[in-house]
Design a protein around this ligand. Sequence first.
Ligand code: ADP
Ligand code: MG
Length: 482
Amino acid sequence: MANEPEILKPEISEKRDVAPNTAKFDIDEIWKIVCENVRLYISPRDYKTWFKGVFLEKVENGIAELSCDRSFQREYLEQYHRGLITRSLSQATGQRIELTIKIRSSVNNSTPKTIQEVKVGQDGSFNIFSEVQDKIVEGKDKLARQAQLNPKYLFSNFIVGTHNALSHAVAESVVKELGTLYNPVFFYGPTGVGKTHLMQAIGNEVINNYPDKKVVYVPIEQFLNELIESIRTRTNEKFRKKYREIDLLIIDDIQFVETYPKTQEELFHTFNTLYQSNKQMIMAADRPPKEIKNITDRLRSRFSGGMVADLQAPDYETRMAILQQIAAEQNTTLDRETVELIAKNVENNVRELEGAAIKIISMRRLGQEVNLEQVAKTLQLDLESKRKRIKPERIMDVVCEIFDVTPRDIKGKRRTAYLATTRQVIMYILRNELGLPLERVAREVNRQDHTTVLHACEKIEDMMEKDSRFKDKIETCKSRLG
Ligand code: ADP
Ligand code: MG
């Protein structure tokens, strides 16, 4: 840490003290802590590119105001780092913080910068204070944003091993021969193995190489929600136009189409239109097309009609390589024993691998000695909490058993008071124990409207407060889940 390049140090503006509510904060000290924390979570390249010239101006009445120089910088921070900055600010100040980001009005706007000032660091970070570079970054960033792509998912940081070699090769060739070689491409594999990363890398690469191609990345749920909305507001034409004039359409988590049988027709037509005009479609799901239920044969055969490629959990060697890359992105290294220990214990998911590595790195950054035994302990704790991760079906089964009804009753239309309450208990537990999104909770009990879930949670909380026997029953349900 002592030899860090100057640029990585947080920007410190003139000293200012600010009194939020009653506590007195040293604003620069707080910003320093926040920057240190942010750096634990994002790559040094991102940090240099996006946090240079960002200052904390004040913290007042729970509102923190940041300032930066460029509007696209603000938009980027808003879109990708808002949560991280807000959390870090809350930690550093010990209060709940709401974030606002302003553009500083520049005093020197009249002195244009020259091209010679454009600098791209050896690690690829941009000097975002150069105007020419601004335009390039702004242009590409805007395209990525319009396409709903996360610019951090790239080929260059996607590690290839035997578990994903075929999919990676397919992805690379698709970029070169968009719409003509394999169409559609269907990636499948369990969660956390890199499907989204790979598909977005394709999108980013296409935007980078052919800025005039129109790319859209969309989770299937968004696609279908937009479709339903367009039917409701009679704007189908607009919807069709949007999705049928695309050069590369990337649809993620396509298995969820199972739950929207009625919208398959439109998906099929979008599909055909794109296909017939040699436009590329890429999809990902957690299972192969033949295992997706409730879809029409013609949709299924469309899905399987191009290239179907799978991604598996990475093998041991690849897990080690991924861990080393994560450390490098965090501007640090992990010793061999630690890498081996994590790679041995976290086997089936790159997301968890990342989580474990970042945790160890953060602990060390915060000055803790983390020996092998402690690494093992940290991993063990994680594994235990993983075991506790409960499936929604389990909640359905346990509550049904204790309330003596069947899942069919729950998902059905009958509305006796008792059934309605049981249904609400299930929604409450799904929401509170698993933290599932409202729409998903509604779907689990075969309901459409997410406000039903909000209402259910309020009602159950209320009943638990008023009736201790009812509360005990809910606690019994919860204790049986694990
Ligand atoms: P999925 O969509 O299959 O659930 P993601 O693409 O979201 O998985 O990957 C989970 C995390 O693991 C992401 O942060 C991603 O960048 C990372 N990741 C997955 N596979 C790789 C890989 N081969 N190389 C580098 N990072 C990876
Ligand atoms: Mg994904």
